[in-house]
Write a protein that binds this ligand. Structure first.
Ligand code: PHE
Length: 467
């Protein structure tokens, strides 16, 4: 393709787009559920430490690689390694991983979209029934909803970086913050809400064990959209005057603040609805939390704020999660699109259509994993279970490959691209960062213990999951 690479129009636009990627279903639901089950304040503390001392350095590495190379992940690994064959594999992983994560994330977004529309038409009664979710995901209407979600993503991405991604982030993110605050205020003024706040914030260190620590780190890593080539790609859309360290800090801060605030919404809502609740049995997963537990709360709300009031609250909630999911989906889908554009010289629209068709094929296979098709429902057997196609994609790409990609970017930056290039890139536009304590910390950690930790997580996951 000719012409210069498109860029974000402003620092704020870049930060909002990157924060839009980071803020997703993981923050709004995964994080509160994780905190509730794993020791409240103790989990929060650990999570915050991981964000600052492990994830932020990795984010700086990814953004610097993108900004310096001005290329998609595939092109960036090739260019900065002088086209070394081995590193091209890391480049490919950084394109295939986001694509496959987009596949299952799209399916979850489709469910949210369905629940949003149902809440908007006031169908809370039905959403709260025990069988509704199972029937919904194994029914045929999800294919219609899938078209709706894809259309939204297509419309945003076809506008390109500035008119598409940035513009959408500038509208959706402030709307998201606003809705979150409205809901938090609403929830905190309910009876017994404070029991939920207490449960959320008071630390219980006895819950912390190796698997909780591992879970908190994986959650933070996923939440900041690391290991998926996204921060490389978005980093490639900023120029050399931009201050990467301060932008990365703001993105991490926003993401963590939204996750924290989401906990202040979800846990007090649960406690005020059911003061006797035993948190252990809260929910096994974030999926059952959004799609079965919360709809019961919305229905119950009808007795205090009426039918319309409860439908409005439910609609705001699902709209909030939907906006968060859309900005994440846009960012993750941009990665393979950007790669096709720069590696194969395609224009944006054909690249988008090609990726879109592939995404639809794989997402349909995922959507068929819930009973529609025997083949996809019992797709592969490992660790003594028959796993659906959806579960396999999730296990392989989210649980297993993400930490591997994190490991690879650290080693690449420090030992192939080299530390002095990395530092020079970080310091451009950020003179104060130069030789600061944090920069020294970033060098030390990215060159030593962060990749070691990520590699250990990767090996441990492979050993535990598949054998
Ligand atoms: N950060 C997102 C979240 O917390 C994860 C994600 C990003 C998923 C981009 C898909 C695409 O949900």
């Amino acid at each position: 393709m000719s012409g210069s690479r498109e860029q974000f129009g402003s620092k704020l636009g870049f930060i909002l787009a990157a924060a839009g990627s980071a803020v997703g279903i993981g923050n709004l639901v995964g994080f509160p559920v994780g905190a509730a089950k794993n020791g409240g304040g103790a989990f929060l503390l650990m999570y915050a430490i991981f964000v600052v001392f492990i994830c932020l350095p990795v984010m700086l590495a990814e953004m610097s690689v993108g900004r310096n190379s001005q290329k998609d992940p595939l092109g960036a690994y090739a260019a900065l390694s002088n086209r070394s064959g081995g590193w091209r594999i890391a480049g490919w992983l950084s394109v295939i991983t986001p694509f496959m994560i987009a596949v299952f994330y799209l399916v979850i977004t489709v469910w949210i979209f369905g629940y949003l529309l149902q809440s908007m038409i006031g169908n809370l009664d039905e959403l709260a029934q025990a069988d509704t979710f199972g029937d919904f995901i194994s029914g045929n209407s999800i294919f219609a909803y899938m078209i709706g979600v894809l259309l939204v993503v297509y419309l945003i991405l076809q506008g390109g970086v500035k008119q598409g991604i940035e513009k959408a982030a500038k509208i959706l993110m402030p709307a998201l913050f606003f809705m979150l605050i409205v809901l938090v205020i609403f929830v905190l003024t309910r009876d017994n809400a404070m029991a939920g706040v207490e449960f959320y914030l008071v630390p219980d260190f006895s819950k912390i064990d190796a698997s909780v620590v591992n879970g908190a780190l994986s959650q933070a890593f996923f939440s900041l959209s690391l290991g998926m080539g996204i921060m490389i790609t978005y980093g490639s859309y900023i120029d050399s005057k931009a201050d990467v360290p301060s932008s990365a800090k703001l993105v991490a801060l926003t993401d963590t603040a939204v996750a924290f605030t989401a906990g202040l919404m979800i846990l007090p809502a649960i406690f005020s609805f059911n003061p006797e609740i035993n948190p252990e049995e809260l929910s096994e997963s974030s999926v059952s939390m959004i799609f079965s537990f919360l709809p019961q709360i919305f229905l119950e709300l009808q007795t205090s704020i009426g039918y319309i009031g409860a439908s409005v609250v439910a609609s705001i909630f699902f709209l909030l999660v939907f906006f968060a999911a859309i900005t994440s989906l846009v960012s993750i889908f941009e990665v393979p699109v950007a790669s096709l554009m720069s590696e194969k010289g395609m224009e944006r629209k054909p690249a988008l259509l090609l990726c879109g068709v592939l995404l639809v094929v794989f997402s349909i296979m995922c959507a068929l994993s819930f009973g529609h098709s025997e083949f996809f429902t019992n797709f592969m057997t490992y660790a003594g279970n028959d796993n659906s196609f959806f579960t396999v994609v999730y296990d392989v790409f989210y649980d297993t490959i993400l930490p591997l990609n994190g490991f690879l970017i650290c080693i690449f930056v420090m030992y192939r691209w080299k530390k002095h290039n990395f530092n020079e890139e970080l310091d451009k536009g950020a003179p104060k960062f130069k030789k600061s304590l944090f920069e020294r910390y970033v060098n030390l950690s990215v060159g030593t213990f962060i990749p070691v930790i990520l590699l250990v997580i990767f090996i441990n996951t492979v050993a535990v999951k598949y054998f």
